[in-house]
Design a protein. Sequence first.
Length: 490
Amino acid sequence: MHLGIKSKQVIGVTSIVAAVVVALSLLNLARLAQVSLGESQARAELLADAIYHRARDLVGAADPAAALAGDPGLRAILESSLYSKNVVFAAIADVNGVVVADSDRSQEGHPLPPGGDLAALVSRSPLSRLVFIYSGQGRTLEYRQPLLLGDREFGSIRVGVSTLLIRRDLDRSLTPAIVTAFAALGVAVVIAMLLAQVLLRPIHVIRSGLTRLGRGEFGVRLDLDRDDEFGEMGTFFNVVSDRLAADAKAPLDPAAREQAALNYARKLAALSRLSAGVAHEIKNPLNAMMIHLELLRQQITSPGGADADRAQAEQHVDVIASAIRRLDEAVQGFLKFSRPEELHLRPVNLAELIADIVPVVEPEAARTGVRLVVDCDRAPDVNADPAMLRQAFLNLALNACQAMPGGGTLQIVGAAVRGRRASVSFIDTGVGIKPEHLQKIFDLYFTTKEKGSGIGLSMAFRTVQMHDGEIEVESTPGGGSTFRVLLPQV
């Protein structure tokens, strides 16, 4: 099922809120379980102390078992145990485990099966206690206190506490937490939908404007009065739209009209590649976030293994944080690529411009064993922004050096060509480009390098297009590549 950015944002925010609510609910339930177990242990201790002090005076009789069983005061204390919260029995058993006196008279004379250790459960970790209480059909834990006859153990006082009764109390306390959780999820969904609506509105406006431009409407303007990056994109869109409208109104001869249409088609193609690249870069981190949010939710709700669960949960949080950073880098790259820049055009000597970048390229060429050959004396002047064009040429030269890790030759050749255009060629003897990659090398974020960003060639392509130029690429796998930049002459 295909999910849009709005749906993913709503699901993501809701999942985070749900994970937080579940985690807090579990922590609160674990705390309540600790309190309930502590109170039950305190009641058992108090009851055992009362039984011990009453029984201490009776075990010295000739028949201590009969004295204990027939004492009305001890009987009253044992029977009162049934009114203590979570306590199910109180008894005195001999060393063989046979009941001497019990809150339930029918159990006297019968063996008392051993129960779990209440103190051991109280000393466990919070999540481990919670899992123990909710596992199975309920268990009876015992608080035990030895009963001495002189220095010899005559028997033991045993007070039973039911985990089933403790579980019932915890279930009652869950009702407010469940109501709060559903309320929080409902609020999260509403807020996420409103937030998505606000954040995605500029994208819908820009898409609508592009659709109208694609239908041939000129003079389209976007109303994005914002002080953020979307506002800058809206301003840039309006500038491009006004320029296209002015070009459409100007009288053109057939050749000029054909060239204008070609330039317009190239700009739309570049915009399409840019949009596809951004969508790809945003889709992958979003999918990673959705997967690890689900894993985090399962990790929090799974029973047992508190320390391991916490470590794995932290690992999922790290992956989500990494995906968020990747989203930020993708958006920043998109904004850097699409943000309008003002061209400062003036006549530029291409030979001098290439000479400026040679000192920067030579160290990279020397590092990889590349021989640099420059022949730009015959290159004519062009009307350009020297800073932007210098950076574009530098990106192309450095990319060529990196394509020759085992050494080779890089030629930078400038010349005048037909149609009053200037040509600057970057010819390397590197590894070449695979045929299936040729159509993607100028796409934003596309790279075949292990540590590449996929921005350098895209920025060079954008700069050349802003100067009404074009880049031609020829490459043979294993036989090198040629990047040819064509720019209008002055």
